[in-house]
Design a protein around this ligand. Structure first.
Ligand code: FMN
Length: 168
């Protein structure tokens, strides 16, 4: 594909703002996690959610094996935690920062994230370099403040509600 087409796509995707999440799981007592933005709500009935994970990511074989994971929706003060889970920091040291807890059924979750959505893999598809996981929601919990950590234009960002009351 011509380099200009790749660059057009790259630049277009930089304009897609998304909430930053950490996907976390545990297998044989070892915790794994990865920062993602590829989370999409799927259905209410059954409650389900999508995430796309690179097949080269360290979490990938473990999440496929254990089948259960948490989608932690990060809040604005958690950019440093996001960075820990997006490379650079060895997998074994990623959970050293943050209020990480373990659910009754052994899924690690970040207790002060905006929300934690616990899932079980219902379907998984490979597409080129990535796995698309369809997660069936087991349970979810949320904190009252709505202050998502966003990623746009290759940078962390925050959003603010628009005041449309004065619009003509
Ligand atoms: C804001 C942000 C969003 C990301 N979104 C995804 C994603 O949706 N899927 C993915 O596989 N990697 C995503 N990554 C890249 C992974 O976090 C990164 O490659 C990670 O280091 C791979 O895991 P590993 O180091 O354990 O192999 C994202 C990184 C950042 C900073």
């Amino acid at each position: 594909m011509p380099e200009q087409d790749l660059e057009n796509f790259r630049q277009s995707m930089r304009r897609l703002a998304a909430t930053v999440c950490i996907i976390s799981c545990q297998k044989d007592g070892v915790r794994y996690g990865i920062t993602v933005t590829s989370v999409t709500s799927l259905c209410m009935e059954p409650q389900s959610i999508l995430v796309c994970i690179n097949q080269s990511a360290s979490i990938r074989p473990h999440i496929r094996d254990v089948g259960r994971y948490c989608v932690n929706l990060l809040t604005q003060s958690q950019a440093d935690i996001s960075k820990r889970f997006s490379g650079g920091v060895p997998a074994s040291e990623r959970f050293l920062e943050g209020a990480w807890c373990l659910s009754d059924d052994g899924i690690p979750y970040l207790a002060d994230a905006q929300a934690n959505i616990f899932c079980e893999i219902d379907e998984a598809f490979g597409y080129a370099t990535h796995d698309i996981l369809v997660g069936r929601v087991l349970s979810s919990r949320f904190n009252t403040e709505v202050a998502p950590l966003l990623y746009q234009d290759g940078k962390y960002a925050v959003g603010a509600p628009l005041d449309l009351s004065a619009a003509a």
